[in-house]
Design a protein around this ligand. Structure first.
Ligand code: BEZ
Ligand code: FE
Length: 268
């Protein structure tokens, strides 16, 4: 009922014309026609209007000190390969290597051993593996399990900013409203640990473009991390690292029950 009230208020406030009403019906029809099990243009509309992030904010309020969540996005594919501590997620060259490492802790500071970190990212062609039929399906994705002290590490590549799929009606909406389709560079993570709420989040590259204008409103300042260049004699260089850059991302999970990840369909 509230939706109807707000819809009526909107129509009255803007004094909607018949031509505008027809244009609205047309774009919603096109969004419906474009949506199937591979491409969910309605979710992309929700993302680009900021509705997905508002639902996330309402649903995933976290206590002080816990890591914040952000959107899942359409490129998550369950069942990534389990990989060894430090292993590269790049199956083929995809950009400069970055040692991503950190710990997973509970809100009370206890390290969480055996937690799972499910990661996926794009490479320097700006694509996720699932967007490219010719790409090995396990490229730039993997699952890692934390060690006894809650630590994890993997070798990623430096993510690049990329445009969301903008070849459909949502792209037209963005252009018509003078907006760009870009997301700032990030690595996706889902952290799961028994007795804790699962966390769906990103680690944003603090030096990326578009941090202040993410087209899906997904940036939270607490999720930005700097990629540090690590020359061999750098005293702060993490000990096991074999590459020239590192990014530290510690995660703090809230006690609670795991919730299933809502994967509504891909936008590939
Ligand atoms: C992503 O980060 O993968 C994403 C999120 C929302 C819409 C499109 C892409
Ligand atoms: Fe992404």
């Amino acid at each position: 009922m509230s939706l109807v009230d707000h819809l009526h208020d909107f129509v009255c406030a803007v004094q909607l014309t018949e031509a505008e009403w027809r244009a609205g019906i047309k774009i919603l029809t096109e969004i419906g026609r474009m949506s199937d099990e591979h491409r969910q243009e309605f979710i992309l509309l929700s993302d680009t209007l900021g509705a997905s992030m508002l639902v996330d904010a309402i649903q995933h309020r976290v206590s002080d000190g816990a890591t914040e969540s952000t959107v899942l996005g359409p490129f998550y594919v369950p069942g990534s390969p389990l990989r060894r501590y430090g292993e590269s997620i790049a199956v083929k060259p995809a950009g400069p290597a970055v040692w991503v490492y950190g710990t997973v802790h509970s809100l009370d500071g206890a390290p969480l051993a055996g937690a799972e970190i499910d990661v996926w990212q794009n490479g320097d062609d700006m694509l996720y593996a699932v967007q490219d039929q010719d790409c090995p399906p396990d490229h730039l994705r993997g699952r890692f399990v934390t060690r006894r002290d809650g630590s994890y590490a993997f070798t990623a590549v430096r993510p690049t900013p990329y445009p969301i799929p903008d070849d459909g009606p949502v792209g037209r909406m963005l252009r018509a409203t003078g907006r760009h389709p870009w997301r700032p560079a990030h690595i996706h993570m889902i952290a799961r640990a028994s007795g804790h709420r699962s966390l769906t989040t990103h680690i944003f590259d603090a030096d990326s473009d578009h941090l202040d204008s993410d087209t899906v409103f997904g940036v939270k300042p607490s999720l930005s991390r700097r990629v540090e260049t690590r020359v061999p004699d750098d005293p702060d260089r993490p000990s096991e690292i074999e590459v020239q850059a590192s990014l530290r991302a510690d995660l703090v999970l809230e006690p609670g029950s795991q919730r299933p990840i809502m994967d509504w369909g891909r936008t590939a």
